[in-house]
Design a protein around this ligand. Sequence first.
Ligand code: NDP
Ligand code: X2W
Length: 343
Amino acid sequence: MKVSIIGATGYTGEELLRILANHPQAEIVHITSESQTGTAIQSIYPHITGFYDKTLESMKDLDKLADSDVAFIALPHGHAMEAGKRLSAQGVKIIDLGADYRFRDVGVYEQWYKVPHTHPEANAVYGLTELNRDAVKEATIVGNPGCYTTASILALAPLVSCQLIELHTIIVDAKSGVSGAGRSLSLGSHFTEVFENLKAYNIAGHRHTPEIEQALSLLAGEPVILSFTPHLVPMARGILSTCYASLKAGVTASQVDEAFQSLYQEEYFIRLLGRGGYPSTKQTRGSNFCDLGWHIDSRTNRVIVVSAIDNLVKGAAGQAVQNLNVMFGLEERTGLEQAPLYP
Ligand SMILES: NC(=O)C1=CN([C@@H]2O[C@H](COP(=O)(O)OP(=O)(O)OC[C@H]3O[C@@H](n4cnc5c(N)ncnc54)[C@H](OP(=O)(O)O)[C@@H]3O)[C@@H](O)[C@H]2O)C=CC1
Ligand SMILES: CC(=O)N[C@@H](CCC(=O)OP(=O)(O)O)C(=O)O
């Protein structure tokens, strides 16, 4: 299978290379960068072996990439649509790691991302694999989910689909490592700003809010709106999402347990730590696992679900490769079975 990566110099591009180096069916044919065209990838990311002969090409000559079976796009939002449109018209399957193909209603995308959608006819599938596997199988364009959204939707999906919670009470409180902001330099991700610091940002306005709401609304069969607060933590990788909701009257702890078991017991990448479980980012670091633990607070009648992922793996490149495997009829775990890196 011929694979290209558009935007290979960023963190998620790097992570795709790291994972695909161990994927027996993937042959990397093109990798692109605009700032470092002509540079060998080995000189940028010497820790990855397996691609010593690969040099970064420009995506300006996009038609050259048409010999690929599939292209991963790992660009900032707003930049995937032109490549997606042109390459998919030439029969190349697309997996976009950014936000351009995540929304069913392009009006919602335009409202939150402040960019016109130039490929509204794409018929893209939202690539949260565990919830959308059948559609991903048939997809030609996949909008790979965001990192906070993957952790949060997987945490809340059992409760919403089994109708166990009051939908208007959902609160998502999530923390991310700094690689979630990408590799380019900015004041907010500067070492002295982040080290020994913990802060919330984009309260009541983060762009992952409508993405979580879209997925949960589809599961609920009615509109869901919720509060989402992201935080930046001084670590390189990892997302911990703590999700709260009020239980509907009469819902028991064992109904909550059953909801998680019935949705996820067959899912290799979802590890249920059970009622009373405490997921942590280090237990998933470098892996495609999502760990879930849930608690019932009988004093407040709330359920609290804790979810941990690696933002660059299950939150981006790992899930993208999981989707690649589903789209091409491969065993879903191919290239993704590495254990978390601990401690
Ligand atoms: N980091 C994370 O944890 C996650 C990221 N994502 C999404 O994945 C996408 C990539 O993220 P990430 O790898 O972190 O980002 P980085 O900032 O690390 O990398 C961005 C990449 O895009 C290229 N690029 C930047 N600006 C432009 C431009 N104007 N035109 C063309 N290429 C450009 C860069 O290449 P060069 O400058 O060399 O040309 C680089 O390869 C984003 O949409 C992000 O939101 C999704 C889930 C998680
Ligand atoms: C720590 C940090 O800055 N994280 C990023 C989320 C990265 C991401 O997944 O954003 P997309 O939806 O654009 O893919 C943020 O909050 O914007």
